[in-house]
Every structure is written in structure tokens, then in C-alpha cells.
Design a protein around this ligand. Structure first.
Ligand SMILES: Nc1nc2c(ncn2[C@@H]2O[C@H](COP(=O)(O)OP(=O)(O)OP(=O)(O)O)[C@@H](O)[C@H]2O)c(=O)[nH]1
Ligand SMILES: [Mg+2]
Length: 1277
């Protein structure tokens, strides 16, 4: 059958014309060359715009050229009439279809044999009707007299078809037409005419990027496949075992394989009768199997396109599927992802407008679902399988296609009924009747499928040495790789696209304007065609059903208003007492120390242990051995606690979920994800240093996720402590209104407590570890004036951000403590203000008032806006409300492996979950059972049976990715993901002992799963495993963890910098690619210029300004892809090129030798050649480096810095100075040692990526020379 799911486009007449001329000239040559005795070979061309393989045929006397689709799913040849209405759309000149159509009056041998008897309809609802006629038909050099064919007078398909299926499947069979008997169709006629020996042929479609393949009548070509050709039986007609109607074979297994593992996918329907159908663009499998495939690749169902779609970039995924046919010992065909990601359009690809793939190009997945048979293996499968169709023995021979084949070794079938040459029969085919139990796979491979990005930092799977084999990719020659790489960019991006050539609708929408789906797929099948089941059922696929159900639900009594009205007073109370908070700040400001006090005062820990404490125990929240040793936090840790707050003599219990985050920039992702899910934060500042470099980073993160904060100035016991400086710095540097709500009583060593400016009272700590809080209405006499002044400042600041206070201020009224508190709460929650508290965690002073402030000023879950994206409404944002009675929506924000298994942290946004309940991952609609729910207390956990709306918990046994949304299946919601910063540093790594390879790859997989800023890839050239991350410390920690947690000692290379390349001025190019290699050559000429991209120095741009069509559009797209490809590996160092623009203005083509490939290559070469002239430059990352050290070392530090970068700012405090410099990352390796030496170990520094800038000339020279040497070494190897 033809084109189910075919993407058809109305091609411009120009393009079609060029194509036709080219094809007919080539064909003549070809036929003369390739004709062999007993076999006939015809080149078939992959017409992506029409979703099928086309051959050029000749009809009539004299011959009329027609380009016709080759279809193993039907059995008739038919041609459209030149007068058919469908042809008017694509007409060239006055008459005819662009792919050719038939004019009977111009043929002297035309004879009508069945007037009005021809009537065929295909599975996608398209049809053709008219007469049967006989005439001369030529294909592949074979001429057939009196071939019976259909004449499509009334058709909605504008090209002819050559059906090569069983004759018993002809449209006429079983119909009530006057001459309803079988006639010899093409393969049978070829045998009857003595042209071939048996009714059999082989089909080689080659890979998606190759534009052509071939059909070989009467033989096989042993050069076109790899491994053994295996024979399996074709299923006969269901009710009559003597009749064969289609190429039904048994699909008996399916495996998904990627770098992260391998899954066996199962189906209720195994063994599945699948039709091998070259006329179908995509493949269609039963729902249960298709949905597992979608889960593996992260495809989503688009109701707009009525297809499972995925980002086009998934074509780079290194995962693949292995199809097992004909039982356990039958042929196995692997289909890689680059064969399964199909462009939706020939022009600009549509993009996801929201959701997890927002902004990415949309492609169709090559495997779709049908709710019932016939299931089809179409071109997306057949390209990877070399198939021999033996219609006499009712067998097919299958082997993996050799994409790389350039040779031919044709073996004809010796006689009629001879078995397929060189093929062995699959044993145990009878075992295919065993139906395996349907089980949900663990989706081990899913993670690996997602490794689809193509940049140098991307994880593209582990080196084969570490247990991952990536077949198919490994035997490719260099040329093949080139060609594949072209396709790798084949995402229909904006390059040179003509807006007119766009997505034109699926299957049957060429002529009709937006027909409803049901109409589109309606079945009007005539005759006894066996593919008669209407795919209307497809519209009610599982995914759509879920969306429909969700819509109904929304309409029902599930509105937030309805839920709010139903909310019980207990639930209202529960919510108002809940706080989800994070502690975030600059390195070493005392976050973990503060958290330890919180745990102690709330009774969660019995004793306080210090970070780097003498007792050697370490703080509760720094549970990792490495954290305790180094005295730094590496991973954020979650805990929960109940805080009893007393207000006006009344005690109330608040429930806190709390996350302590690391301060070091290398672990910034931990802060990022905490901020993504928390409702409020405590920003800790050092009383001496105030706002520091990391405070600024953390501030940015809080702002990114709209997180309200209170500020806590810690270390008030330190020499030089000055909380007011910190307040001033928050105002000036973070640009957020801040005012102290306390002032210190005593300072430095004499620091004893604070004056609460709101109630004008003093607060001191008392008892063991300050466990008691003593409040007194007496303010020390010497502080009264300062307290009044600071209270006034607080009110004035509030007046700036709060209308109510502003009004009172104007009216010169003094607000009451309650009014002040209410105003602070309003202003804090609306992100306009932060109240500043102070104390000393280490000295156990004034932590409790900070906890009261968390209750007073930070929001409860119902005070913050959390939104999800409604997939059923084009990803429209919808508010989530933390009511238990609403359907469940939660976000998995962090994954962690612990001794008990995979732990997933979930923030529950609405609804609740119970232990044992099922949830659905909204990314892939996969259902998971939640066997265990816990609340985390650092590395310990407490089991709970239920968790309510607004809470944070962790669950076991859930396979997902960080950032996945879970629902209870009632809402089609997803949530936006978080920001993941770029990594700037990488190093090569290798386990010292080869026996550690398994443990190494296990560890790496885990680290990547847990930490999105940690990436791994294998350098294709050196085959080295390269890890990359946020900095030296980040990578160091992982190497150390490998050693400790996995007992794997590693050798690491020198840390490397992620350089970039760019151009600085315009340079013209005129490049001619002309190669002749015996067969068809390569010819492309491109002219234009390259220049720095004026719009964005970080991105590249391709522009087409060709006038007069010297380069046709399709080659323009190839040029664009060539440019993109050239930018991946820059000419200077092989690093990515950024900020370049290529403009193509002119060029030339050759009738036979020009191709996408040639233009792609020409554009690449042109770019590379012009690069030097355009001032090609190496860019290096500059790091914003902040150094703080005692003032006496300023001179030393200045000397250190002079060599490394330019100083941006220096601030000299009482006894410390802070220097900010933009430094070359390259110069900063080993800096900590130098800084330690220069400051007697008292200096500190932090580093954060700032921007890319030109590397100094001497460094560029050095780098380029080293790269060239490396290349030379490789060439001579
Ligand atoms: N003098 C003084 N030192 C403190 C205070 N609070 C914490 N420290 C010390 O500061 C150092 C860092 O404390 P941590 O609690 O680990 O700081 P952190 O912010 O959690 O550090 P990272 O998580 O690594 O960013 C430790 O040596 C603490 O003992 C304080 O109030 N006063
Ligand atoms: Mg810490």
C-alpha cells in the first residue's frame, strides 16, 4: 500500500522539472551498464517529499516517461491520466503531473480492457479509479508488451504506482467488476516473458541519507547486505492458507539498546504479523510496543500532527532498536536512530512551542502506533534491511543492509521455484507461536537514547572498551561517515528554506483544506484488498485518549476553585504551617553550620557537630566522607523539621522542608535545582565580607525561579563584622531593597544578641548551645538611638516597596509591629524586599529568631505561583494549587543512588500520593508504581505512607530523568525544566586497571544521571573518554569518588579548556568542487562570503542570497548543512566555531553530478578555505575570578593576577581586600597552589565563566601548532 503517513508536498514546477531531466538522462546510462542475464535492476530514488521510493518507467508507444512509486504493499501498476484533477496541482505547462502522467491518445499500442473496472484505494484513504488497459511498459531495461495496468482518471494521487505484491492482491480480485480475475502483474509478467527465472526480486533501499537504492528483479546482490541472508516464511491468508496476499512475516522480538543499557520490549500481540511494505513511509506497531519505543526515545504524541514526534536532534542519538523476525534464531535487524527521525517538512521545520523540548525542531518518529492490524514495517525499517521477496516459495530472505556497498555481485535465481540463493532458512520458526508474557521493561536504555547532542561536551556513550558496542557505526568508511554526517544535520532547519514549501499535511491532504481526521482516513476500500482495515482507529490511540480524558476531567469538578471550596480547615491549616526552604550563599559563609543549629533547635539532632569539628564527626548535612574531610558541601542535602514558634504566648508548630546547598560554583547545579522547587530561601552572608561573588550567583538563581528570601548575616562574632555593610551591599549589588530588622548587641567577641527593631526588644541566647531564647523589652541604653534610627530606615525602605506603609509614612503615622510584619511578608513574597537578620551560628547565637522569620516572611506553598504546561492546550501555562483533592502533579528534581536503590526527590505541587499508588511520567506516559515514599534527613530516611500537596519527599524504584513531571494520569501536564550551565573544563580519564572497566562505566553512568553538569563523551579520533564539568574541583571530586566509592583508580590527562573559534572580518569565497571517479562524479560551485555574525557573537548564521536560481533550493539547504557541519569542528583547533555567518550568493550545478552531498561538501570546503582570510581566531573562556585575602597580601596577589588576566575591580576593606579579575581559564590551572603560597594559605578565590575572548597570539600559535602536530601524528599512524 502506498504512503500511509506519507508526507506529501506540492513541489514547485521548477524543482520537479530539473529532477525529471536529470533522472531520465541518468537512467539510460544506467540500464546499459547494469543489465545482466536473467535479472533486471532499476534504480529507485528516495523522494522524501513524497515519502517513498520512485522508479522511472516508460509507457506506451512511443514511450512516455513516468516516475512511479515502487510498492511492495500493493499489486497493481497504475498511472494517473494527464487530465486527472490531482495533477493540476503540480502541473507543468498545460497538462500532466510533475512526476509524469499518461496520455493514451499519444500511444499507438494503448488498448482499454476493462472500462470503469479499475478501482483501488489505499490504507491512507487515497484512491484511484478508471479503466484497465494494456500497453508497453518498461522498467530497468525490461520491456513488457501488453502489460495490464490501471488508468487513474479520477485520482487524488498525482503520480503512478508500481505494485509488486502478490497477484492475488490485485484490486480487481473479488470485486464485482465485469472482469474480476487475476491478471499477470509485473513480476509474474516478467517470468512469463522469459525475462527472469522466477517470481522474485530483491530490494535495497539503503539508508535515509542515500537518495537512492535499487530493485533487482530475478536475483539477489550479495554485496548489498552484511552477515547471512536468512529465509523466513510469509504468512498466508488468515482464512485460506493456500492464498498469499501480502508480505506478512512474524515479528517476534524487539530490543532497545543504548549506552546506558538494553531493554527487551514485549507485546501482548507477539508474534506480530507485520507487512514488509515499501510503500509506507513510517512503520506502525501495536500500541503497547510503540509506546515502549516512544518511552525509550522520549517521543511525545502530537495531536496536531497525529504522530509521535520528537526533537530532530534525536537523529544523533546513538541508541538503536533490534527487530527479531521469524523466531529466536531468525534474522535480526538493527535500526539506528538516524534512520528513525524523519523530517516533517522539506522546508523550515516546525518547532515545539513549549514544554521540555521548547524551541527545538520537530521531527516525526519512524515508528508509530496502530490500535489494531495490519501492522506495517515501512521504509523506516526497510532501509536497514535487505529483503528478497520470493513469491513462489512464499519466503522472504532478510539481512542487515550494507549501507556502505559500492560493489555489486548479482546472483540470479537459477529457475522457477529455486530457493533464494545464498540464503539459509531460519530454524525454530514454529517457536514463534509462543507468546511471551507482556512485561514492562526497566527502560535501562532510555537514558542512553537521550545522549543525542552533538557538541564536544555531550555524552555520546561510553567507549566500546567499556562494554558498549555500537554496531553499524563502527564499520563505516570515512566517506560514509561524511554522508551520514550530512544527514545528521538534516533537521530541516531554516537554512535556505522557501516558506512556501512547508508541512502540507499527512497522508491525504494535498487537495483538501484541513479535512477532519476521520474523513481523511475514511476507508472506501473496494475489492478484496486485505489492507482494508481503516486507520480511523489510529485517531483514538492511547495518547489521544489520555488527552481526551484529561479535557473531560478539566471540565468536571476539578477546577481549582472547586477544590478550594472543598478544602477542609485542617488542610488550610496544614498548608499555612508548611515552609519549603533552601539555604544558599557564598562558599563557607556558614550554611551547613546554620543548618546544623536548625536541626538541633528543632530536635532533629541530639548534639551539634561542626563542619571540620574537632570531634571528627562532621555536620549532619555534610554526610559524604569527602565533604567531611574537605569541610565543604558538595551535594545538597534535604531534611525536614518541626519548629515551634511562640507568638504572643501562643505556640504553633511549623513544618519545614529544608535543603542545604553547596556554595562552591562547581556544584552550582545543586543550587539551581533546589531553587527550582523551593518556595523560599535563606540567603546567608558573612558579616565581614557581605555580598561575595557567589552571593551574586545565588542571587541570580533565586531571581531566575522567583524565590523570595530572607537574609541572615552570619559570623557576627568575627573580627570586622559589620551587618550594615552587608545590608548596604544587598541594596547596591543585588539591587533588591533590604533593611535590617535587627541590630547587634555587642560585636565580634562581645556579640551577645540582637535588638528586634519591630517590637523594640532584645533577644539573647541562653543555656546549653543557646537552646533558650531570652526576650526582654529592655533595650541597652547605648543602643536606643541606633535602634530608633534603624527602625526608621526599615520603615522607609518598606514605604518604598509597600503601598500601605507608604501611605502611613506620608500621613506620618507609625505602623504597629503587626503592620510592619505584614508589610515585610507582602514585600518579601512579592520579591521586592528582603529583611536582614543577624547572628552567629558557630557561637549559637540568634538562629531561632531567623527561624521565626522564615515562618513570618517566607511563603507557604499556596502563596507562590507554580505553573505547569497543559499539553492538551498547546502547552498553555496552568496554575497548580497545593490542594490534596486535586489530581497529583509533582516534579522529580534530583536523582540519587543510595545503598537501597535509586532515589528520586519529588516536589509535590498538587494532589497527594500514597505508597503503592501508580504515577505517570508525563514525558513518556509511562506508568510507574511508587513502592516506597520517604522523607529525607540528610543520608537517612523516614518511611511515610502518604505525602500531601506542597511537600517534598523522595521515592524509590522510579525510573526517570531529573526534571520529569509525574501525574496520576488525570492531567496532561508537564513542567518546565531547569537551567543547566555550560561546562568549561574537561579531562581525559581511563581506569588504571582494565578489569575496572565495568565499575568505571557504572559509576560514570550514575554520575551523569545524577548531575547534568557532569558530561562524558568519547573522542572519536583518539578514542579517549573525556569527562567535562564546571571546573577542576568538580572533576577532581568525581575522580576521587570513583576511587572511594567504586574502588577504581584512574589515570587522568591534563585538564583542557573548551576553546572556540571565530572569524573577525569578511572574506569572499568561490569554491568549485569537481571530482570524477568513474561513476557519477561530484560537482558543486559556491560563491559568496563569510563574515562575523552581526546579530550574535555566540551563534552562527547561514544566509542565501542567490538570484536567478543558479543554485536550486534543495542544494541551498545542503550548503547550509555543510556550513553547520564545518562549524562543529573548526579549522584551527577542531573546536566549535561561533559567531560566523556564511552568505551564499551564486554558484553552478551540473546536470548529473550535482547532489546534496556535493553542495554540502563544497560549502564546508569554501568555509574552511575562507576561514584564514577572514581572520580566523581562537577564543578562550574568560573566568570572572574573585580573590579575597588579608590586606597585607594585596601586593603579592596583584603580581599573581597581572600574569593571568585583567583586574576589573578591587575593594579594600578594614583588613581584607577583594579583587575581581577576568582571567584566562588556561592560566588558572594550579592557581590555588600559587595563591596559597602568596598568602600563607589565607587567600581564597572563586571562579565563574564570564565570556569568550580572543586568546593571546602566542597562545593561539602554540595551540594551533600542537593541534597540527596531533593531526600529523594521526595521519602517519
Ligand atoms: N566565626 C564563625 N565561623 C563560622 C560561623 N559559622 C560557620 N563558621 C565557620 O565557617 C566555616 C564554613 O562553614 P560551613 O557551615 O561549612 O559553610 P558552608 O556555607 O556550608 O560552606 P559550603 O557548603 O562549602 O559552601 C566553618 O569552619 C565554620 O566553622 C560563625 O558564625 N562564626
Ligand atoms: Mg555547606
Amino acid at each position: 500500500m502506498k504512503g500511509h503517513g506519507t508526507i506529501r508536498l506540492i513541489l514547485g514546477a521548477l524543482l520537479a522539472e530539473a529532477w525529471d531531466i536529470q533522472r531520465s538522462q541518468r537512467k539510460q546510462e544506467f540500464n546499459m551498464l547494469r543489465k545482466r542475464a536473467d535479472t533486471f535492476e532499476e534504480v529507485v530514488t528516495n523522494e522524501k517529499a513524497r515519502g517513498g521510493y520512485f522508479a522511472t518507467c516508460r509507457l506506451g508507444t512511443p514511450g512516455q516517461n513516468l516516475t512511479m512509486q515502487l510498492d511492495t504493499g500493493s499489486s497493481d501498476i497504475w498511472v494517473p491520466s494527464s487530465r486527472a484533477a490531482a495533477c493540476r496541482q503540480t502541473q507543468i505547462g498545460d497538462e500532466g503531473c510533475s512526476f509524469g502522467s499518461f496520455t493514451p491518445s499519444s500511444s499507438t499500442s494503448f488498448t482499454v480492457v476493462g472500462e470503469g473496472d479499475f478501482d483501488i484505494e489505499y490504507l491512507d484513504g487515497t484512491s484511484s479509479r478508471g479503466d484497465y488497459f494494456t500497453d508497453v511498459f518498461e522498467i530497468g531495461g525490461a520491456t513488457l508488451q501488453n502489460m495490464t495496468m490501471g488508468f487513474g482518471i479520477s485520482t487524488d494521487i498525482d503520480y503512478g504506482l508500481v505494485g509488486v505484491g502478490y497477484a492475488a492482491n490485485e484490486a480487481i480480485v473479488g470485486s464485482t467488476r465485469s472482469s474480476s480475475s487475476i491478471y499477470p502483474n509485473l513480476p509474474v509478467h516478467m517470468v512469463n516473458e522469459g525475462l527472469i527465472n522466477t517470481v522474485a526480486y530483491s530490494l535495497w533501499l539503503n539508508d535515509l541519507d542515500a537518495s537512492s537504492g535499487n530493485i533487482l528483479f530475478g536475483g539477489i546482490d550479495t554485496e548489498k547486505y552484511q552477515g547471512d541472508l536468512t529465509r523466513i516464511v510469509i504468512y498466508p491468508h488468515q482464512t485460506n492458507p493456500d492464498i498469499y496476499t501480502g508480505f506478512y512475516v512474524a515479528l517476534t522480538s524487539l530490543e532497545a539498546i543504548s549506552s546506558s543499557g538494553r531493554d527487551t520490549l514485549t507485546s501482548e500481540s507477539f508474534p506480530i504479523a507485520v507487512v514488509l511494505d515499501s510503500g509506507t513511509t513510517l512503520s506502525y506497531l501495536p500500541n503497547d510496543l510503540a509506546s515502549q519505543i516512544w518511552t525509550e526515545v522520549g517521543a511525545v504524541y502530537s495531536s496536531r500532527y497525529q504522530l509521535a514526534v520528537l526533537p530532530c536532534s534525536m537523529q544523533h542519538s546513538k541508541g538503536y532498536f533490534t527487530f527479531g523476525l521469524g523466531g529466536p534464531s531468525g534474522p535480526r535487524i538493527s535500526v539506528t536512530m538516524d534512520e528513525l527521525v524523519i523530517d516533517l517538512t522539506m522546508g523550515e521545520a516546525p518547532t515545539f512551542s513549549s514544554g521540555q523540548y521548547e524551541g527545538q525542531d520537530i521531527c516525526a518518529l519512524g515508528i508509530q502506533n496502530f490500535t489494531s492490524g495490519p501492522y506495517l514495517l515501512g521504509d523506516t525499517f526497510l532501509r536497514s534491511a535487505y529483503v528478497v521477496y520470493d513469491l513462489v516459495n512464499n519466503e522472504v530472505g532478510i539481512a542487515a543492509t550494507d549501507f556502505n556497498s559500492t560493489d555489486s555481485n548479482i546472483v540470479p535465481f537459477p529457475s522457477s521455484g529455486a530457493p533464494i540463493p545464498s540464503a539459509t532458512v531460519a530454524p525454530d520458526q514454529s517457536e514463534v507461536t509462543d507468546r511471551p508474557a507482556y512485561t514492562s521493561p526497566a527502560f535501562e536504555a532510555r537514558e542512553g537514547f537521550q545522549d543525542a547532542s552533538e557538541n564536544e561536551n555531550a555524552a555520546v556513550g561510553l567507549a566500546p572498551a567499556f562494554g558498549t558496542v555500537i554496531p553499524l557505526f563502527r564499520h563505516l568508511s570515512t566517506k560514509m561517515r561524511m554522508i551520514r554526517a550530512v544527514a545528521a544535520l538534516n533537521s530541516g532547519s531554516a537554512v535556505g528554506s522557501r516558506p512556501a514549501v512547508r508541512y502540507a499535511g499527512l497522508a491525504c491532504r494535498v487537495a483538501a483544506i484541513n479535512p477532519p481526521a476521520a474523513q481523511c482516513y475514511s476507508s472506501r476500500l473496494s475489492g478484496l484488498r486485505y489492507f482494508s482495515r481503516s486507520p480511523v482507529s489510529r485517531a483514538s490511540s492511547a495518547a489521544e485518549a489520555a488527552l481526551k480524558q484529561a479535557k473531560e476531567l478539566a471540565a468536571a469538578n476539578m477546577t481549582p476553585e472547586a477544590a478550594a471550596a472543598r478544602m477542609t480547615p485542617e488542610e488550610k491549616k496544614r498548608l499555612s504551617m508548611l515552609r519549603n526552604i533552601g539555604i544558599a550563599a557564598h562558599i563557607d559563609s556558614g550554611k551547613t553550620t546554620v543548618t546544623e543549629r536548625i536541626l538541633f533547635y528543632t530536635g532533629r539532632v541530639k548534639a551539634i557537630h561542626e563542619v571540620r569539628g574537632r570531634d571528627g564527626v562532621g555536620a549532619k548535612m555534610d554526610s559524604m566522607e569527602l565533604e567531611r574531610e574537605r569541610g565543604i558541601t558538595i551535594q545538597s542535602a534535604a531534611t525536614f523539621a518541626d519548629w515551634k514558634k511562640t507568638e504572643n504566648g501562643k505556640e504553633e508548630t511549623y513544618h519545614f522542608n529544608l535543603i542545604d546547598t553547596p556554595g562552591h560554583i562547581d556544584f552550582t547545579i545543586e543550587v539551581e535545582r533546589a531553587m527550582r522547587v523551593l518556595d523560599g530561601a535563606v540567603m546567608v552572608l558573612c558579616a565581614v565580607s557581605g555580598v561575595q561573588s557567589q552571593t551574586i550567583t545565588v542571587d541570580r538563581q533565586m531571581k531566575r525561579y522567583n524565590v523570595p528570601r530572607i537574609s541572615f548575616v552570619n559570623k557576627m562574632d568575627r573580627m570586622g563584622a559589620n551587618p550594615f555593610k552587608a545590608v548596604e551591599m544587598i541594596n547596591s549589588k543585588l539591587k533588591i531593597a533590604a533593611a535590617a530588622v535587627q541590630i547587634p548587641i555587642g560585636s565580634e567577641k562581645e556579640f551577645e544578641g540582637v535588638v528586634d527593631l519591630i517590637h523594640m526588644r532584645s533577644i539573647r541566647n541562653d543555656g546549653q548551645r543557646g537552646i533558650n531564647v531570652k526576650v526582654s523589652n529592655a533595650i541597652p541604653e547605648h543602643l536606643k538611638e541606633l535602634a530608633e534610627q534603624k527602625r526608621q530606615e526599615l520603615i522607609e525602605k518598606l514605604a518604598d516597596v509597600d503601598d500601605e506603609i507608604a501611605e502611613m509614612f506620608l500621613e506620618e503615622k507609625t505602623p504597629t509591629p503587626e503592620q510592619i510584619k505584614a508589610a515585610i511578608r507582602r514585600a518579601t513574597i512579592s520579591l521586592k524586599f528582603t529583611p536582614v537578620l543577624m547572628g552567629s551560628a558557630l557561637a549559637d547565637k540568634c538562629v531561632q529568631p531567623m527561624l521565626d522569620a522564615v515562618c513570618d516572611y517566607l511563603p507557604n506553598p499556596s502563596n507562590v505561583d507554580n505553573t505547569a504546561l497543559d499539553r492538551s492546550k498547546g502547552e498553555q501555562p496552568v496554575n497548580l494549587l497545593p490542594y490534596n483533592s486535586l489530581p497529583f502533579v509533582g516534579l522529580a528534581f534530583k536523582l540519587e543512588e543510595n545503598p537501597y536503590g535509586q532515589l528520586t526527590y519529588i516536589r509535590v505541587y498538587q494532589g497527594s500520593i500514597k505508597k503503592g499508588q501508580y504515577l505517570f511520567n508525563s514525558r513518556n506516559d509511562k506508568k510507574v508504581r511508587i513502592p516506597r515514599i520517604v522523607r529525607m534527613h540528610s543520608n537517612e530516611m523516614e518511611d511515610v505512607t502518604e505525602i500531601g500537596a506542597g511537600e517534598i519527599c523522595a521515592v524509590f524504584g522510579v525510573e526517570c530523568a531529573s526534571g520529569d513531571t509525574f501525574t496520576d494520569g488525570r492531567l496532561p501536564y508537564g513542567m518546565s525544566s531547569m537551567f543547566v550551565p555550560e561546562s568549561v573544563m574537561s579531562l581525559s580519564i581511563r581506569p588504571k586497571r582494565s578489569s575496572d572497566a565495568d565499575a568505571f562505566s557504572k559509576a560514570m553512568n550514575r554520575f551523569m544521571r545524577e548531575d547534568p553538569t557532569f558530561r562524558l563523551h568519547v573522542d572519536e579520533e583518539s578514542e579517549e573518554t573525556i569527562i567535562s564539568g564546571m571546573g577542576e574541583l568538580h572533576l577532581d571530586i568525581y575522580v576521587e569518588r570513583l576511587r572511594r566509592e567504586y574502588k577504581v583508580d584512574c589515570e587522568t590527562g591534563k585538564p583542557r579548556v573548551a576553546y572556540r573559534e571565530t572569524i573577525t572580518r569578511r572574506a569572499d569565497f568561490d569554491y568549485l568542487l569537481k571530482r570524477q571517479t568513474g561513476g557519477p562524479g561530484d560537482y558543486a560551485r559556491v560563491m559568496g562570503w563569510i563574515e562575523p555574525n552581526p546579530e550574535n557573537p555566540e551563534t552562527n548564521k547561514f544566509e542565501e542570497r542567490v538570484v536567478g536560481g543558479t543554485i536550486p533550493d534543495k542544494y541551498i539547504a545542503a550548503c547550509g548543512k555543510g556550513f553547520d557541519e564545518a562549524c562543529i569542528k573548526g579549522p584551527l583547533l577542531g573546536h566549535r566555531v561561533i559567531g560566523a555567518k556564511m552568505v551564499v550568493t551564486d554558484g553552478a550545478t551540473h546536470v548529473t553530478d550535482s547532489s546534496d552531498y556535493a553542495f554540502n561538501l563544497a560549502a564546508q570546503m569554501a568555509f574552511r578555505k575562507a576561514f584564514t582570510e577572514a581572520g580566523g581566531t581562537v577564543l578562550e573562556p574568560l573566568m570572572k575570578t574573585t580573590i579575597t585575602a588579608p590586606a597585607e597580601f594585596q601586593g603579592n596577589v596583584l603580581m599573581l593576577m597581572n600574569k593571568r588576566g585583567s583586574i576589573v575591580d578591587t575593594e579594600v576593606g578594614a583588613d581584607e581586600f577583594t579583587m575581581v579579575a577576568d582571567c584566562s581559564l588556561n592560566a588558572m590551572f594550579g592557581f590555588s597552589t600559587h595563591l596559597r603560597a602568596a598568602t600563607q594559605g589565607k587567600g581564597e578565590f572563586s571562579m565563574e565563566f564570564s565570556h569568550y575572548a580572543a586568546a593571546p597570539p602566542h597562545l593561539q600559535k602554540e595551540l594551533v601548532a600542537a593541534y597540527e602536530k596531533e593531526l600529523d601524528a594521526k595521519r602517519t599512524k
